[in-house]
Ligand binder design. Structure first.
Ligand code: ARG
Length: 687
């Protein structure tokens, strides 16, 4: 062993004993000869893995699909195996170059003979499966391998006589497991556990009732006996070091055609086009990753690289998926990142009626924050009220067809909903290279999380934008959590409200309670805000405050009565800045203003968010995520939190307009106010 091409070989270079290998191989040969006629292929110098003849090709009757090895370490085996097959009178099919497929190591006939199980994910490419189906005229069921220790299908999957199946379920993704469960009845499935799996129990040679394998636990041996199989163990430890065992060392060359076999392929292919800064913005990687992660496979058919700094690239990507369902999942995600189907493949969106209000037909397309269009009667129409996690409802009105993003609960009978993924496209703005790469300039240029050094820079940008938006009568929304108060941010946020930089405040019960507590009692959750120490009995302060406001009937009444005279809530009332406080299960009180009907609270948030240009998200993951879901791409979001995980979660919307700042929110607000003051102060030349 001179190289490593699978995890078993790691650390084993030059570690296997030649004598022991020969002895183990001879033993296996001896056993097999008792049960079958064994032909030998002449070994070739320099190609040690030829010993694993399972990988020579896939044989059915007198036809063979020759392997195309994934690793160059094995590619030299191909001509030798080809010559052998030809000498034996086989018709040899060869796959196109660069389309790997590793023969019977990755493709196993059901022993009842109706279909072929074919693996992909490590050594064989999904795209090889349709060709195999065509050449061998057989139904192919594609199984995706997930665990690199089980890189070939025959390391974790072994169809046995009588329709039994010996296999290791965790080696496959859930779609593949479902497929297996659909085809093989429970009483025929022999699922094994890891200890047997790593001893290559699935890598067994099955001849009638005999199963030959490296090693097997008593438990598994008993289960196999129960199913009528006799296990012969023969040690193959030296071959395990190369990542193979009994089955890998053999290739069944007498695979009869069973008339019942028929060629129905489930595999689907589609082609999409992508355009934009595919490389710079990482879109192409994202697309290809999500195809593979989704269980599909791809071929980039065209890639035109934009050569100038500002020019965009475009690509044609052919996608293969093992079933329609998998294809749909992949395509819907590709749509989200701006891919469109090829012109000739474009169809109208598929619409299905709502039969029960508040419930969508199954399979509905889930919306994103990006501007979306759907095709109806050959024409693209823009979807209104864009938001995340909605369905697209289509109605016919006197002005024509109208499409709207709607929450499931708001769907009504008579509307139609877009299902499937046909006829949908999202529009991504292609921002320039500068916009993406130079956060030094004003504007919200990078969808990234700040390092501490960048905080000041971002404060400058935010102050600049706030000033501009205020001066043109625009709209800025603040979502704030109680941490704003605990960290001493109340006076600064009050200042922003008072000076007209905030057009609506969204939060929960807590921000208002703590703000009012501070304003009325000088403490925030019982901690003195001036001294920073706990006040005796202070833990009851917030309840007293709640009680006082409840007595007045509302925060506004408390302001009017002169009970509440400072603070964020006070400034909101005084300056007619609307606020919305959404309730939660842990709320004390609540304040009379807190909306405990969450559907109403969500609606109120949505109303206040209409027309927002910028959202400052201040230390509240809960309300910020809620707001993020309601907001279409294009609205600037600044998320400030001391916890980087929160910032990443919120600013990672894939849209350029969001920026994250990891810092103390009180500090952020004080810097922001200072910066705004600077912008407002008289201009004087530095001397
Ligand atoms: N060292 C060989 C490889 O990594 C082992 C092949 C095992 N064969 C098999 N059918 N699982 O390719």
């Amino acid at each position: 062993m001179d190289y490593v091409i699978n995890p078993w070989m790691e650390g084993n270079i030059h570690k296997s004993s030649r004598d022991r290998s020969v002895e183990q191989w001879q033993k296996l040969h001896h056993i097999l000869k008792d049960h079958a006629i064994v032909e030998l292929v002449k070994p070739e110098k320099g190609w040690p893995d030829m010993v694993f003849t399972a990988n020579a090709g896939l044989v059915l009757d007198k036809t063979v699909v020759l392997s195309r090895f994934f690793h160059k370490e094995r590619q030299g085996e191909e001509p030798h195996f080809k010559a052998w097959f030809e000498s034996q009178g086989f018709t040899v099919h060869e796959l196109p170059k660069d389309l790997p497929f590793e023969g019977a190591g990755d493709a196993l006939f059901d022993r009842e003979g109706r279909y072929l199980w074919a693996g992909y994910g490590f050594r064989s490419e999904l795209d090889s499966h349709p060709l195999i189906a065509e050449w061998l005229k057989i139904e192919v069921l594609s199984l995706r391998l997930m665990d690199e220790r089980f890189y070939h299908l025959d390391t974790c999957f072994c169809p046995l006589n009588g329709g039994y199946l010996l296999y290791y379920p965790p080696a496959f993704d859930s779609y593949s497991n479902r497929l297996i469960e659909m085809r093989v009845p429970p009483e025929k499935r022999i699922a094994i556990e890891e200890p047997d799996a790593v001893n290559f129990a699935c890598n067994a040679v099955n001849i009638n009732e005999t199963v030959v394998m490296n090693k097997v636990s008593d438990n598994l041996k008993a289960r196999l006996a129960e199913a009528g199989f006799k296990v012969i163990e023969t040690p193959l430890s030296e071959f395990l070091k190369a990542g193979g065992a009994a089955k890998c060392l053999t290739l069944r060359v007498t695979e009869p055609i069973i008339p019942d076999r028929h060629a129905t392929v489930q595999i689907e292919t589609r082609t999409v086009r992508m355009e934009g800064h595919l490389l710079d913005a990482g879109l192409i990687n994202q697309a290809l990753d999500l195809i593979v992660e989704g269980g599909g496979s791809f071929k980039v058919q065209q890639f035109n690289l934009g050569e100038e700094r500002q020019s965009t690239s475009n690509a044609l990507i052919k996608i293969t998926a093992p079933s329609h369902q998998v294809m749909e999942d992949i395509i819907s995600q590709l749509i989200d990142i701006g891919a469109v189907s090829l012109e000739e493949d474009i169809q109208d969106a598929k619409l299905e009626p709502v039969h029960q209000s508040g419930v969508s037909p199954d399979d509905f397309y889930v919306t994103t924050i990006y501007p979306t269009e759907i095709r109806v009667n050959g024409e693209w129409i823009r979807v209104q009220n864009q938001r995340m996690d909605g369905a697209i409802a289509v109605t016919e009105t006197s002005e024509g067809i109208v499409a709207k993003c709607k929450l499931l609960r708001d769907l009504i009978v008579g509307e139609k909903v877009v299902v499937d993924v046909a006829g949908i496209r999202t529009i991504r703005k292609t921002e320039s290279r500068e916009q993406r790469n130079t956060p030094q300039e004003f504007g919200f240029m990078s969808a990234g999380v700040s390092s501490e050094r960048r905080v000041e820079l971002i404060v400058e940008q935010v102050a600049w934008e706030l000033r501009q938006i205020r001066d043109r009568g625009g709209k800025v929304i603040v979502t704030a959590g109680p941490v704003v108060i605990h960290t001493g941010g109340a006076e600064h946020l009050s200042h922003l409200v008072r000076e007209g930089y905030v057009q609506a405040l969204l939060g929960g019960n807590a921000i208002a309670v703590h703000d009012i507590e501070q304003s009325m009692m000088g403490t925030s959750l019982g901690v003195d805000m001036k001294q920073g120490t706990a006040v005796k009995g202070g833990h009851r302060h917030h309840l007293k405050v709640i009680n006082a406001i409840r007595r007045c009937g509302s925060i506004a009444n408390a302001v009017e009565k002169g009970i509440l005279t400072t603070g964020v809530m006070y400034e909101c009332v005084k300056n007619h800045v609307p606020f919305s406080l959404a309730g939660s299960i842990r709320d004390d009180g609540p304040l009379p203003d807190t909306q405990m009907d969450l559907i109403k609270a969500q609606q109120h948030y949505t109303e206040l968010l209409q027309g927002a240009e910028m959202i400052l998200m201040l230390s509240t993951m809960l309300h910020s995520i809620g707001v993020g879901n309601m907001t279409a791409a294009g609205v600037k979001m600044v998320c400030v939190d001391i916890n980087p995980a929160v910032v990443t979660k919120l600013s990672d919307r894939g849209s350029v307009e969001s920026v994250g700042v990891v810092t103390d929110v009180g500090l952020f607000l004080s810097l922001l106010v200072k910066q705004l003051d600077k912008l407002t102060s008289r201009y004087h030349l530095e001397v």
